[in-house]
Design a protein around this ligand. Structure first.
Ligand SMILES: CC(=O)N[C@H]1[C@@H](OP(=O)(O)OP(=O)(O)OC[C@H]2O[C@@H](n3ccc(=O)[nH]c3=O)[C@H](O)[C@@H]2O)O[C@H](CO)[C@@H](O)[C@@H]1O
Ligand SMILES: C=C(OP(=O)(O)O)C(=O)O
Length: 424
């Protein structure tokens, strides 16, 4: 199992180019299942979850073509010949986002069998709202032998438009139901829809494919079903979480970094908090120039749905707080178990206590290197940030979590002057 070894204490300096967003690329790849014509995608990040999704789509019968052998970010998908409507346990257990094939397969093939995702390191993460929404659109769904088995029951085989109000805001739930609704008969209204930029990016691709969607970017999506979707081209939106992760790394280590090819307009809540922490930022249309002098200041924050502070940035900003001046209160409201990084940060000398869904970080002047273990994707990123800020050598084990969602993180950090290596 790969590990990352780093010697902390070097301020980051230089430029970093942000990749396409994992959380936009994954549903966008699944959208190719909705039509029998090629979908051309650019700015697809080259990371493990994307490779897993491409493998799953190939198992289903999608052809995957990289027109330029030297560029894994440009992919053409063609789902003209679907041969299976199944996502196996083997696939879903490595990547929960496999659930995103459910809506498109059901809409296009009129049946789908997808392994029920289990819980994961950050929480129970049920998919009851996906199921509830598809049932409201006329699907028959049973759970058997760990699989969601779904079928449409109308005479045409098509799902039917419905008004759906989800019990809570769910990102992949909104995406699954929106994709399913594009090929349904009649109109679907999704109330309490997720407003995350990645949902909007998926909606933009669907519109390019001929879908009729209004309310994009709002919490009320109206989708008028069409009979067929067609070929389209799309560039995946920049990853706001990767950009935010590098901004936190600058805040924790000091230095000056130009974050390029990002979407500052999707990072408002993160920018506000990092400014409070003392990170100086000049913001352009697709770049942020960040510089940090001295120690960060502690910042209280609370995660919530977009446009509020993202749960996927909680661990990284906690790493900044670990070495800040003062105490911070950090409340996680999205996932019930997303503090697994706390014990590992404390092994690096942080002073963080957990009380229910709140962590209290008492900033320490210095962290000291140690061997720590990554438990999930963003926990891994936070430990890398803490390791880069710590004195001495840190080793982050189980880096496969990090590889799920970051495109060449250690190479990008090396270009910024960090002393970091992958150990096989
Ligand atoms: C691939 C992808 O885009 N992943 C993101 C997506 O995950 P994901 O879409 O899985 O997260 P959700 O938005 O669905 O989850 C939000 C909350 O709702 C609960 N819930 C959700 C659906 C459901 O049917 N029932 C239910 O109870 C979840 O357990 C969680 O507590 O949004 C999360 C919240 O921004 C991010 O952390 C993930 O990075
Ligand atoms: C939790 C995350 O991803 P996933 O939903 O794919 O587990 C994440 O990107 O931080």
């Amino acid at each position: 199992m790969d590990k990352l070894r780093m010697v902390g204490g070097t301020p980051l300096k230089g430029e970093v180019v942000i990749a396409g967003a994992k959380n936009a690329a994954l549903p966008i790849l699944c959208a190719c299942l909705l039509c029998d014509e090629p979908i051309t995608l650019r700015n697809v990040p080259d990371l493990q979850d994307v490779r897993t999704m491409l493998k799953l789509l190939q198992e289903i019968g999608v052809t995957v073509f990289f027109p330029d052998v030297n560029n894994r970010n440009h992919v053409v998908l063609n789902a003209a010949n679907i041969k299976s409507s199944e996502a196996t346990y083997e696939m879903v257990k490595t990547m929960r986002a496999s659930i995103l094939v459910l809506g498109p397969l059901l809409a296009r093939m009129h049946s789908a069998k997808v392994s029920l995702p289990g819980g994961c390191a950050i929480g129970a993460r049920p998919v009851d709202q996906h199921i509830k929404g598809l049932k409201a659109m006329g699907a028959t769904i049973k759970i058997e032998s760990g699989y969601i088995q779904a079928e449409t029951k109308s005479s045409t085989g098509r799902l039917q438009g419905a008004s759906i109000l989800t019990d809570m805001i769910t990102v992949t739930g909104t995406e699954n139901l929106m994709m399913a609704a594009t090929l349904a008969t009649g109109t679907t209204i999704l109330e309490n829809a997720a407003r995350e930029p990645e949902v909007g990016d998926l909606a933009e691709l669907l519109v390019k494919m001929g879908a009729k969607i209004t309310g994009i970017g709002s919490d009320r999506l109206v989708i008028e079903g069409v009979q067929k979707l067609h070929s389209a081209e799309h560039a995946v939106i920049a990853d706001r979480i990767e950009a935010g992760t590098f901004l936190c790394a600058v805040a924790a280590t000091g230095g000056e970094v130009l974050v390029k090819h990002c979407r500052p307009d999707t990072l408002d809540a993160v920018i506000v908090k990092l400014k409070e922490a003392g990170l100086e930022m000049e913001v352009g249309p697709d770049w942020i120039k960040a510089s940090m002098k001295g120690r960060p200041k502690a910042v209280n924050f609370r995660t919530s749905e977009y446009p509020a502070f993202p749960t996927d940035m909680q661990a990284q900003l906690m790493a900044v707080n670990a070495i800040a001046e003062g105490n911070a209160t950090i409340t996680e409201t999205i996932f019930e178990n997303r503090f697994m990084h706390v014990q590992e940060m404390n092994r690096l000398g942080a002073d963080i206590a957990i009380e229910g869904n709140t962590a209290i970080a008492r900033g320490v002047e210095k962290l000291s290197g140690a061997i720590v273990m990554a438990t999930d994707l963003r926990a891994s990123a936070s430990l890398v940030i803490a390791g880069l800020a710590a004195q001495g050598e840190t080793q982050v084990d189980r880096i496969y979590h990090l590889d799920r969602g970051y495109d060449r993180m250690e190479q990008k950090l090396t270009l910024l002057g960090a002393n970091i290596q992958r150990v096989k």
